[in-house]
Design a protein around this ligand. Structure first.
Ligand code: NDP
Length: 254
């Protein structure tokens, strides 16, 4: 009876990186609307504050450039001092670079890998240490269609997102025996600032995206948020190590 009461009173704590805009904001909103206290991470304080205002009282923000890897353990300690546990981590923050392969410098390639992949590993490792002590938790990564088929002019992004899917499987086999589920969503083409800047300037590419998406439209951030809530909930209690395309069928489109 006591245990049941404790479980009912347990306030779930989530971290959503890049939670002040686009897909991350939609995931954070979905979590707070479902009673999950959500800490959003980003670089732009103004954007973060606006998002938190919108989700009060179940949200707070931390300003951190995740590519500065040494900041990660500091903010995780801050979160633990205040909340004492972390139940959900969504690795959503990401950047893109649209350029022909031969024009991408080593520094540019490295920057994308650092933000989209190395920081995901570093943050997941720190959170996994806590989840292992708790013997519970969910980690959800966000990859991309670029990890599933060849997309021209996004070479560094593609490498980072293919890495995310490998990381998902690697973490899942190490952590799942201890009650921690690790999954990944591969969004199709979703209407956000990131995709608008990539697609609106390139009508031919946009047409190609739409023509190979059986549902014939771009997705909305809310479509990803609904799948995210499912994957971190008990409804997905036997699902780990999986990559779920949420893409209107884009990955199987002709
Ligand atoms: P947005 O550009 O809208 O959001 C990206 C978020 O990441 C921003 O909130 C940004 O916050 C944060 N961010 C970027 N770099 C850093 C950093 N160094 N440190 C901390 N935060 C950072 O993009 P989307 O919502 O479209 O994309 C979200 C995720 O979904 C990305 O991983 C993307 O690759 C993936 N995705 C998106 C698709 C789409 O069609 N939109 C398709 C497939 C995958 P700030 O500016 O405050 O730093």
């Amino acid at each position: 009876m006591k245990k049941q009461l404790r479980q009912e009173n347990h306030q779930k704590i989530a971290i959503v990186t890049g939670g002040a805009s686009g897909i991350g904001l939609s995931i954070a909103r979905k979590f707070t609307n479902n009673g999950i206290y959500t800490i959003i991470i980003g670089r732009d304080k103004k954007k973060l504050d606006t998002a938190v205002d919108d989700m009060k009282p179940l949200a707070e923000c931390i300003v951190c450039d995740l590519s500065q890897l040494n900041c990660i353990s500091h903010f995780i300690s801050e979160i633990m001092d205040k909340h004492h546990h972390i139940d959900i981590l969504v690795n959503n923050a990401g950047i893109n670079l649209k350029k022909s392969m031969i024009e991408v410098s080593d520094e540019e390639f490295q920057k994308i890998i650092l933000t989209n992949l190395t920081s995901v590993f570093a943050l997941s490792r720190e959170v996994a240490k806590i989840m292992l002590k708790q013997k519970s938790g969910c980690i959800l990564n966000i990859s991309s269609m670029s990890a599933h088929y060849g997309l021209p002019k996004v070479i560094a992004y593609t490498a980072s997102k293919a890495g995310i899917e490998g990381l998902t499987r690697g973490m899942a086999v190490e952590l799942s025996p201890f009650g921690i589920r690790v999954n990944c969503i591969a969004p199709g083409f979703i209407r956000t600032e990131m995709s608008s800047s990539a697609l609106d300037k390139d009508p031919e590419r946009k047409q190609k995206v739409l023509s190979r998406t059986p549902m014939g439209k771009l997705g909305m951030p809310e479509d990803i948020a609904k799948a995210a809530l499912f994957l971190v909930s008990d409804n997905a209690s036997f699902i780990t190590g999986t990559v779920l395309p949420v893409d209107g069928g884009n990955v199987i489109g002709f």
